[in-house]
Design a protein around this ligand. Structure first.
Ligand code: FES
Length: 198
C-alpha cells in the first residue's frame, strides 16, 4: 500500500477506535452513575428507616418517662384514693392500713392524718405494732408514735404526710402522689385534717 494511503487509513482507524472507546466509557460511566444513584437511594431509605425507628423508640420512652414523673392515676398509688367513713378509725384506735395507697390513716383529737408507710430513713415499709402502739421499722429500728412523730432510731424526722380531704359523707380522699408528700420535722396539730364525724 502507498505509504501516504497507509497513513491516512491508520489515522482513520485510530479515530474510529478512539470514538468507540469513548462511547463505551460514556456508557459505562452512565451505568455507574445509575448504579450509584440506586445505591445512594437505597442507603437513604435505610438511613431514614433507622432514624424513624429510633425516633419512635425515643418518643415512646419520653411518654413512659412522663407518665412515671407525672402519674395521673386514680384508684392506685400515685393517684387519689378514697377511704369510706366506715374505715376511719376512732380517736387513738388501730390505724387503718391502705394496701394500694401505702398509707395509714390515724385519728387524734386534732383530726386525721394519712401517714406514708415508707420509713424516712432508708425507705423500708414501717408496720404498726399492736400492743406497743407504735410504728417500728424492722430495718434499723426507727420508732414513730401514733401521730407519726419520730421517737427513736436513725430516722431524722416524722413520717411523711399525704394530703387529705374530708368529704361531706365522712369519707377521706388521700392524694398519694409522691410529689405531694409533706415532710415535717415532727408532728404539729395543724398537720391533722379536722374530722367532725363520730
Ligand atoms: Fe427504717 Fe432504716 S429504713 S430505720
Amino acid at each position: 500500500m502507498n505509504p501516504l494511503l497507509r497513513t491516512v487509513v491508520g489515522l482513520g482507524t485510530g479515530w474510529v477506535a478512539s470514538q468507540g472507546v469513548a462511547a463505551v466509557a460514556h456508557l459505562q460511566s452512565g451505568h455507574g452513575q445509575t448504579l450509584a444513584k440506586k445505591l445512594h437511594s437505597r442507603r437513604s431509605f435505610t438511613r431514614n428507616a433507622a432514624l424513624g425507628a429510633t425516633g419512635i423508640v425515643l418518643a415512646q420512652a419520653g411518654v413512659a418517662f412522663g407518665l412515671l414523673m407525672w402519674p395521673n392515676k386514680t384508684g392506685a398509688f400515685g393517684g387519689e384514693l378514697t377511704v369510706g367513713a366506715d374505715s376511719i378509725p376512732e380517736v387513738g384506735a388501730t390505724p387503718f392500713r391502705h394496701q394500694e395507697g401505702k398509707f395509714y390513716i390515724v385519728r387524734t383529737e386534732d383530726g386525721i392524718e394519712a401517714l406514708y408507710w415508707k420509713c424516712v430513713h432508708l425507705g423500708c415499709t414501717v408496720p404498726w405494732i399492736e400492743g406497743d402502739e407504735l410504728f417500728i421499722c424492722p430495718c434499723h429500728g426507727s420508732v414513730y408514735e401514733y401521730n407519726g412523730s419520730r421517737i427513736a432510731g436513725p430516722a431524722t424526722r416524722a413520717m411523711d404526710l399525704m394530703p387529705t380531704e374530708v368529704g361531706e359523707d365522712g369519707s377521706v380522699t388521700v392524694n398519694t402522689s409522691p410529689s405531694a408528700l409533706i415532710q415535717r420535722p415532727e408532728y404539729s396539730p395543724d398537720h391533722a385534717t379536722p374530722y367532725p364525724f363520730s
